[in-house]
Write a protein that binds this ligand. Sequence first.
Ligand code: NAP
Length: 230
Amino acid sequence: MAEQDTVAVVTGANRGIGLEVVRRLATRGWTVVLGSRDVERGRRAAQGLDGVVVRPLDVADAASVAALADWLRAGHGGLDVLVNNAGIHYDTGQRAATADLAVAEEALQVNVLGAWRMVVACGPLLRPGARVVNLSSGAGSFGETAGGAGVPAYSVSKAALDMLTVKLAADLRPRGVLVNAVCPGWVATDMGGVGGRPLAEGAASVLYAVDLPPDGPTGTFTRDGAPVPW
Ligand code: NAP
């Protein structure tokens, strides 16, 4: 990708891994759109970062997503990188058999449909060679959680996001758009809590999929560039 005119959007980027990805991309001289439900929080997060544009974005709200797509179309005419980072409900207190399905519904709404909504709305803007990166989790991997019972809403939503990744990759392959899922590892954020690895390492796991060559793999699931079992 050319260094100039490269436009990247990161959802849920006012804190955590999303903000760290924004920080790293901003050093490249790209136009980096920091999507934030609360614009003021987004502005505070973006302070001191060159090339970062804060836009209101709630991925659970179709009108909000459409407004971002319209803004991109009018101002930039295209999109090179979409990082579907926004995520919620690491529901450690729940079990599948007794779960509060309102929590499950919200998790699906943001973690699955949010990413899907973004791609449907922004899909026409994705330029040849663009990359879509979906923030998944080992918690959604059948291979890594075999027999595990915890975080049911979160796990189901991330497993669905993985399937969405495969479907989108197949659809967008003819246009030269790469769609991949990544797990950032256990990262010390509001969601991850204390004890996780540093933000920089989680962000690096995401940037691997941002920086794939144009003829690179699509429809994959990786952590630190190494395959994660579906
Ligand atoms: P985090 O610190 O809790 O940050 C989550 C971000 O998502 C916040 O900016 C939040 O915005 C935003 N968000 C929530 N709902 C949204 C919506 N409807 N629309 C737009 N933005 C929304 O989480 P994180 O640890 O950085 O996680 C980032 C991604 O990595 C998530 O998809 C998560 O599942 C995944 N992940 C994290 C870990 C880990 O160990 N941390 C491990 C595996 C995968 P507000 O400030 O407005 O709430």
